[in-house]
Each structure stands twice: as structure tokens, then as C-alpha cells.
Design a protein around this ligand. Structure first.
Ligand code: ATP
Ligand code: MG
Length: 683
């Protein structure tokens, strides 16, 4: 039977218990990695429901990544019984924002069935707008997109940006920002940053809406608080207001999203905004061995600190930290893969006990090849996700166009997929016409005036397409929306198109299977709790379900949840909050970790925090690897070991492959070891 909440509380240390039971005012748990901050949040949710009798639907817990939200949800789920957790929100900030927008569409002035633009869509729109003024390149577009995103995260609205613009470039960006916002609104679309910005502006300016959401959410818990940006913090503050019924937990040493607008100083602001704030510090680490913890503490000791923290552990000293120097990047990947293979046997571990962390997704490519070579099952987080596959993008574009005919990006993506013989010339004339008439491309296809600018044949082809879509939409409205979508895919014979375009039939089959998976996923999310964490029962309309899918896409989550036994491959950024018995950190080289851009920009401290996050994911063993040479920009470059290696306690490190310190006998022994391990595995 599941332990009672009292038994659960009894397992926590006194400081954790205090944090979990404190409900009389605002509460901040400020503590280092692995000290049980997330455990406090999950236990507290159960405490609020089971001891304080609070309804689960009035509680919202938020964190930063889907993976973290999913884990948290799982941990809470284990503590709750029956319908106790019904209506509980455990989600990312962005999902919470999406839910608020969905509930307030009218107040916000949007029509039902709004589109969520992913960063690629947003970029396409920016390109159009910027190209109108002058020729622009990708770099300029990226810069403007980054600037707009920063403004949005800082709650700077389109009209205000100009007064924040310091130089000409920023003034230009401010003008584009205004046009961009107008166009988004005209398309009935929002972008990723709007998911936080719009709710904040709404709650700030509309007392009725504020009252509604304050009634709805009575207690909030925020994990990884150090990575909130200005607008996320405002969202929490507005929702909680004077009641100040919230618990936030964080670690300033793990702030790694400054580049995305995170404001670690929100920790200080919190104390100023809520003078009654109860600050609780935790000092015992329950995750890692003494050696791993000492390495983490020593490393982060090189950063200046607002709050001094000392972490200790009772897990024993454990193994030394190994540092493996490899000839080149391929040897590094080979080494990590073959080690996992042998270690799994030696340590009686499972695949899922291993995680390989790296600075950038590109580092995973070679590793993937090696893992495949040894037939080691692995799961790559981020990188090429399900949603970045072409067939999924096509299918998503159909879904988006179905719920919002004004979505021009979606229209352009699929008007000719499968082939409908609509040429680029036709599309250009259509676009000009639509711009002139200030209507969407889809709407333009229906207008009589189009016949003046396009030959009859072209108009016919376009209207055949729009009628087809309109027909599907009618069927969706009349009855079973999912059945209508399935019929649509069959009627237009998307499968045949895939077969025409794939190099092998098996590939086409797999692609089609992916599309059906997407539709299944959509169906599921309409009928039951959604993995994103929101368990509200209002998810039964297809429009919301599609918006949610688009959001997941942006958050780079795989469609199928896959908790099977696999080695985890992820960036250090994505690893936050997670833990694994055996961790490999790859690429401990200057220019990689710390990253070259950070070296140039002088943001080494953030890189050090990133390394700290990586190290503190490990429970039992930690292996650091680096290469002496690495290919970059088509050249083979010599690498310098990361400065962070020098900042670790030298006595706790066991080097291998360092030219001056190599012990040949040891090396040979290890080689035999690995071969023996392999043999026994292969039987
Ligand atoms: P991070 O900063 O990395 O997010 P955290 O502070 O959130 O870490 P948790 O993930 O909550 O830490 O806890 C780390 C590990 O310690 C988990 O395996 C958790 O189950 C365990 N743990 C937490 N508190 C206790 C406790 N009082 N007794 C035993 N184990 C605990
Ligand atoms: Mg945590």
C-alpha cells in the first residue's frame, strides 16, 4: 500500500519537512543540487491535498522542460490515490500560459482556433517583413528574432520597444517588432514567447480576468526558480498577489538560461517583493557520492556567490572521477560507447542507468553511430525530434490550416503536398493579391477578383484545394473530428506521395506510421489527461488539442513517451533536475566547455554553472572525456583541456591517456578488461 503523507513527511529531513508544511506565507527553498528541492515540491503537493484538504484543481506546479514536468508528475502520481489528483496542473510555464490564453481567447481579442507559431514559422514571417524593406540575410533575421524574444521576456511591448532601443539596429528591430505583432494578430496567431507575455499583460490590465485566475489557482509551486525570466516571474506574482500562497525552489548555481532571458536576480527580487518570505536552506545532498559532490563544490567555488551554501553527503566517498583523454573525437565516442557496454555488465546496471551529457547536440552524432554499432539502445533528447520530421511537419500544417485558415505558413507548406500542380508563379501572384486585399492566402483563393490575376486553370486548382480543406473542416465540426482527419489523409493519398518521395519503401512506410502516430496522439490528448501535465477535463475540443500538439513540438518532446530501458543522451541544459547512477560528460575542452561564444563574451560563470549542473547529475560514477583533436569548420584542430578540469580537486581525479602521465601497464590491463567484458556480453 502507498505510504501515508505522514510517513512520507517523516522520511524528509527537518528542514525539508518545514518547507513542505509551511503554508502560512510565501516560501523559498534555496539549496544546492540534489538536496531534495524537487522532493519538497512533490511531497508538498501531496501534503496540500491530503493534509490541508486543498482541491488538486486549485494547485499549479510549474517547471521548465517537458521532461522535468513529466518526472514531477510521475513522482506526485505515486503519492496520490484514486481521484485525488484530478485537475492538478503539473506543467511547464508555457503550457500554463497556453491554458490561460485558451480560457481567455475572447478577452484577448483572438478568434477560436488560433495558431501557435513555432520559431521557424516566426522566422518565416520576420523574413517576409524584413525583405520588404531591404535585402536581409539569415544572421540579421536571427538577431532581430532574438531581440524581439528578449523584449517579450522582459515585458517590453511593441509600442514601447522603440524607447528601449539604444542604437540604430535596435530601432530597426523595434519597427519590425511592431509590424510582426500586427501580422501575428491578423493571422490569429501567437508565438512561443507570447504564451507567457499575453497572460501577464492580460492579468495586469484586466481585473476581471485576474480575479478569475486567482480563484482558479490558489497555490503555486515553482521548480528551478533561478531560471525564470521577467515575464514568468510576473505571472507568478500576479496570480499569487497578496495571498502569496506559493513555494518556489531553486539554486542560483544552476542558473543556465541567461541567454534566454532568465534572471537569477529574481531570487533577490522575491525577497524584496515579499518581505514575509520564509527562506529555507537545505544542505544535505542525497544524490551523489562524496567525491562527486566535492568536485561540484570545488568547481562552483570559483564563482562569486550571493548566498553561501555548503553541501554534504552521507553516500560515502565512492569512486574517483575518471578523466579520459582521447586521440580525437571519434575515439572519444568509441570509448564512451564501449565503456557503457562493459560497465553495464560489471556494475549490473541497466541501460537507463547511463547518461551521456554534452554541450551541443552536434556532439551526439558520432556517439549515436557508435552506440548503433554496438547495438546499445539509446534515447536522444532534443536534437531531431519527432516533430522535426518532414512528414510530421506536413501533417501538422494540415491540422493548423484546418483550425485556422488564416495560417499562411501552413498553407504554403502543404498547398502542393501532395502535388497539386500549383507552381511558384501562381503562389507569388496569389500572395501579392492577398497582401493587396489584406486577406489570408486561403481566403484569397475564394475571392472572385483572383480571376483577374491568375489563369482560370490555376484558380481552379487552388479552389479545389480550399474546397477539400473546407469539406474536411465541415466534417470535423459535424461529428467525429479525428475520423475526419483520418479520412482526409486517406483521400488525398498522402501515403502514395510518401512512396514517390522516399528512397526506399520501408522508409515511406515508417513515415506514414509516424503520421498515424501523430493522429493517435491527437486523439488521446482529446480524451484523457495530457502528458504535458494539465489534467483539466476541458481538453475535448480538437482545436485545443492541436494547439497543444504544436506547443509540444516547440518544446521538442517526442510524441511517444519512451521510458523503456535506454541510455540517455542529452545536452547539459536538458539534464537539469534529472539524475543518473552513471554519468559521462563529453568534450571537456576549451571552446566547447566553456563554449567558444562564452569565452568571447566573457560569460564563463554561466558555463561553470553548466558544468556544475552536469557533474551534479551523477549519483555513483562520473567520467569526464575529452579529445586531443577535433574537427571543426572542416579542419582538424588541436584542443586544449577545459579550464574546469584544473578547477577540480586533483587528488580525486584519475587521468587516463594524458601523454605525460600514462601508465602503460594499467592501460593494457584495462584493454583486456574491456575485451573480456565484450566477449562475455556477446556470449
Ligand atoms: P536538483 O537541484 O538537481 O534539481 P533537487 O534539489 O531537486 O536537485 P531532488 O531531485 O529532489 O533534488 O533529490 C535528489 C535525490 O535525493 C532524489 O533521488 C531524492 O529521491 C533523494 N532525496 C531527497 N530528499 C531525501 C531524503 N530526505 N532522504 C533520502 N533521499 C532523499
Ligand atoms: Mg530538482
Amino acid at each position: 500500500t502507498t505510504p501515508s503523507i505522514r510517513q512520507r513527511l517523516a522520511k524528509l529531513n527537518p528542514r525539508q519537512q518545514e518547507a513542505a508544511r509551511y503554508i502560512d506565507g510565501p516560501c523559498l527553498v534555496l539549496a544546492g543540487a540534489g538536496s531534495g528541492k524537487t522532493s519538497v515540491i512533490t511531497t508538498k503537493i501531496a501534503y496540500l491535498i491530503q493534509e490541508c484538504g486543498m482541491s488538486a484543481r486549485k494547485i499549479a506546479a510549474v517547471t521548465f522542460t517537458n521532461k522535468a514536468a513529466r518526472e514531477m508528475k510521475e513522482r506526485v502520481g505515486e503519492m496520490l490515490q484514486g481521484r485525488e489528483g484530478y485537475g492538478l496542473t503539473v506543467s511547464t510555464f508555457h503550457t500554463l500560459g497556453l491554458n490561460i490564453i485558451r480560457g481567455e481567447l475572447k478577452t484577448l481579442g483572438y478568434k477560436p482556433g488560433f495558431s501557435l507559431f513555432d520559431p521557424e514559422d516566426a522566422k518565416a514571417l520576420l523574413r517576409d517583413l524584413m525583405q520588404k524593406e531591404a535585402d536581409t540575410d539569415a544572421e540579421q533575421i536571427n538577431a532581430v528574432q532574438g531581440q524581439i524574444s528578449q523584449w517579450k521576456n522582459d515585458l517590453v511591448l511593441p509600442g514601447q520597444a522603440i524607447s528601449h532601443a539604444a542604437d540604430e539596429d535596435a530601432q530597426y528591430a523595434a519597427r519590425v517588432y511592431e509590424a510582426y505583432s500586427r501580422h501575428l494578430k491578423a493571422y490569429n496567431a501567437v508565438d512561443f514567447d507570447d504564451l507567457i507575455l499575453l497572460p501577464v499583460v492580460l492579468l495586469r490590465d484586466n481585473p476581471d480576468a485576474l480575479a478569475r485566475w486567482q480563484r482558479k489557482i490558489q497555490y503555486m509551486l515553482v521548480d528551478e526558480y533561478q531560471d525564470t525570466n521577467v515575464s514568468q516571474y510576473q505571472l507568478v506574482k500576479l496570480l499569487m498577489a497578496e495571498r502569496a500562497t506559493f513555494t518556489v525552489v531553486g539554486d542560483d548555481d544552476q542558473s543556465i538560461y541567461a541567454w534566454r532571458g532568465a534572471r537569477p536576480e529574481n531570487l533577490v527580487t522575491l525577497g524584496e517583493d515579499f518581505p514575509r518570505l520564509n527562506v529555507i536552506k537545505l544542505e544535505q545532498n542525497y544524490r551523489s557520492t562524496g567525491t562527486i559532490l566535492r568536485a561540484a563544490n570545488t568547481l562552483i567555488g570559483n564563482n562569486p556567490h550571493v548566498y553561501e551554501k555548503t553541501l554534504w553527503s552521507e553516500m560515502g566517498q565512492g569512486d574517483a572521477i575518471r578523466v579520459i583523454v582521447n586521440r580525437h573525437e571519434e575515439a572519444e565516442a568509441e570509448r564512451v560507447a564501449s565503456e557503457i557496454l562493459t560497465r553495464r555488465i560489471k556494475e549490473r546496471a541497466e541501460w537507463r542507468d547511463f547518461a551521456v551529457l554534452y554541450r551541443g547536440n552536434f556532439q551526439a552524432r558520432l556517439l549515436e553511430l557508435k552506440l548503433q554499432h554496438y547495438q546499445i539502445p539509446y534515447k536522444l533528447s532534443g536534437g531531431t525530434s519527432f516533430f522535426s520530421r518532414n512528414e510530421i511537419k506536413d501533417a501538422m500544417a494540415y491540422l493548423r490550416l484546418l483550425i485556422n485558415p488564416g495560417d499562411d505558413n501552413a498553407f504554403l507548406r502543404i498547398v502542393n503536398v501532395p502535388r497539386r500542380e500549383v507552381g511558384p508563379g501562381t503562389l507569388e501572384k496569389l500572395a501579392n493579391y492577398a497582401t493587396e486585399r489584406q486577406v489570408s492566402l486561403f481566403a484569397a483563393c475564394h475571392e472572385i477578383g483572383l480571376e483577374q490575376v491568375l489563369p482560370t486553370r490555376a484558380v481552379e486548382r487552388l479552389s479545389r484545394f480550399t474546397h477539400f480543406i473546407d469539406g474536411v473542416r465541415r466534417r470535423m465540426d459535424q461529428g467525429d473530428a479525428i475520423a475526419a482527419i483520418r479520412d482526409m489523409l486517406r483521400e488525398m493519398d498522402y501515403e502514395a506521395w510518401l512512396f514517390q518521395n522516399a528512397s526506399a519503401p520501408t522508409i515511406a512506410e515508417r513515415r506514414m506510421a509516424n503520421v498515424w502516430t501523430l493522429v493517435d496522439q491527437l486523439e488521446k490528448s482529446m480524451h484523457r489527461d495530457d502528458e504535458d501535465g494539465d489534467a483539466s477535463e476541458e481538453t475535448d475540443d480538437v482545436q485545443s488539442a492541436i494547439s497543444r500538439l504544436v506547443l509540444r513540438d516547440i518544446l521538442e518532446q517526442q510524441a511517444e513517451e519512451d521510458d523503456s530501458d535506454r541510455v540517455q543522451l542529452l545536452t547539459m541544459h536538458a539534464s537539469k533536475g534529472l539524475e543518473f547512477p552513471h554519468v559521462y560528460l563529453m568534450g571537456l575542452e576549451e571552446e566547447l566547455l566553456p563554449h567558444r561564444n562564452a569565452v568571447e563574451a566573457g560569460t564563463i560563470e554561466e558555463e561553470r554553472r553548466l558544468a556544475y549542473v552536469g557533474i551534479t547529475r551523477a549519483r555513483r560514477t562520473l567520467t569526464l572525456t575529452l579529445a586531443r583533436q577535433r574537427k571543426a569548420y572542416g579542419e582538424l584542430l588541436d584542443c586544449t583541456p577545459s579550464r574546469f578540469l584544473e578547477e577540480l580537486p586533483p587528488d580525486d581525479l584519475e587521468w587516463e591517456g594524458r601523454a605525460d602521465k600514462e601508465d602503460p601497464e594499467k592501460k593494457q590491463a584495462r584493454g583486456k578488461d574491456a575485451i573480456a567484458g565484450l566477449r562475455s556480453l556477446l556470449g
